[in-house]
Design a protein around this ligand. Structure first.
Ligand SMILES: Cc1cc2nc3c(=O)[nH]c(=O)nc-3n(C[C@H](O)[C@H](O)[C@H](O)COP(=O)(O)OP(=O)(O)OC[C@H]3O[C@@H](n4cnc5c(N)ncnc54)[C@H](O)[C@@H]3O)c2cc1C
Length: 255
């Protein structure tokens, strides 16, 4: 039975020209419970009254302690698409406005029994949000198990590099975490904030060979655009990664 609850919008900021970071609190006084990597569903009606829903990964970073699955806010990054029903809902939602949600759902999470030496985290667009939520857990795994992490993040341009400063700052604090932004259309200008030796040009799937994916050391996570997920899945299988070591979340429309 889905767990339905009301969410109240508390803050909105634009992460990129068409991507909003929205912060909600539960409007029933309950905490937001989830495991990093999970998503919510938002329930609403089309103009003709037909009920519908859309899914959004939780981006919330909960910094404190082992009770890390409980927080106060539900943060999501919403990519606005022209004519989108949920896009209209979110664009017109005022601070203090309420929506209905359910969840959490999904198993796109770090697994406690994994004994891999490295995670390859791969995303395009808002598909990077689960990895933002995972940062405190990754920091613990780096400290406790000495793992390495490569975050390959595909964006068209530097202004579309969602949470880019946060990932770069995390990489600076954790040398075992490499943040590798891949720009398909426009590279950062020399000396600009996203200019860094780890920046690559092209699509994420084209960069995988550089990191020599290895069945003995690696577990990969793929999130975002379904075509990217399929392309990376095939490439990683080609490098010998077994299917259970390639975990996927495709952002398909749930219309
Ligand atoms: C598990 C899961 C997690 C998801 N997490 C997120 C998330 O964290 N953030 C997020 O923004 N979305 C996420 N999505 C996608 C999201 O659920 C919606 O599909 C998306 O927000 C579009 O909804 P909409 O109602 O605005 O557009 P719709 O009314 O569904 O679509 C309107 C038009 O836009 C097209 N369209 C839909 N999506 C895109 C797109 N991305 N690019 C270009 N055209 C598009 C449709 O084909 C259609 O023609 C997730 C999907 C899944 C399955």
């Amino acid at each position: 039975m889905p767990n339905y609850f009301p969410l109240k919008l508390t803050a909105r900021r634009m992460l990129a020209p068409t991507v909003a970071h929205l912060s909600f609190i539960r409007d029933d006084g309950m905490p937001v419970e989830f495991t990093p990597g999970q998503f919510l569903q938002v329930h609403f009606h089309y103009a003709d009254g037909t009920p519908t829903k859309r899914s959004y990964s939780l981006a919330t970073i909960i910094e404190h302690g082992p009770e890390a699955s409980t927080g106060i806010s539900a943060e999501i990054a919403v990519s606005y698409v022209t004519g989108g029903a949920a896009t209209l809902l979110f664009e017109s939602l005022e601070i203090g406005g309420r929506i209905e949600a359910s969840g959490p759902y999904g198993r796109f999470c770090l697994m406690p029994n994994d004994s891999n030496r490295r995670y390859l985290l791969i995303a395009t667009g808002t598909g990077v949000t689960p990895y933002r939520a995972m940062l405190p857990e990754l920091a613990r795994l780096i400290a406790d198990r000495g793992i390495e992490v490569v975050l390959l993040f595909g964006a068209r341009t530097p202004e579309e590099l969602l949470y880019g400063e946060e990932f770069r700052a995390f990489a600076a604090r954790h040398p075992q975490f490499r943040f590798v932004p891949c720009f398909s259309r426009e590279l950062p200008a020399p000396g600009s904030p996203h200019d860094h030796p780890d920046v690559r040009r092209g699509y994420v799937q084209e960069q995988l060979a550089e990191f020599s994916p290895d069945a003995h050391t690696d577990i990969a996570y793929l999130c975002g655009n379904p075509n990217m997920v399929d392309a990376c899945f095939e490439t990683l299988k080609g490098h010998g990664l077994p299917v259970p070591h390639i975990r996927r979340e495709k952002y398909v429309s749930s219309k």
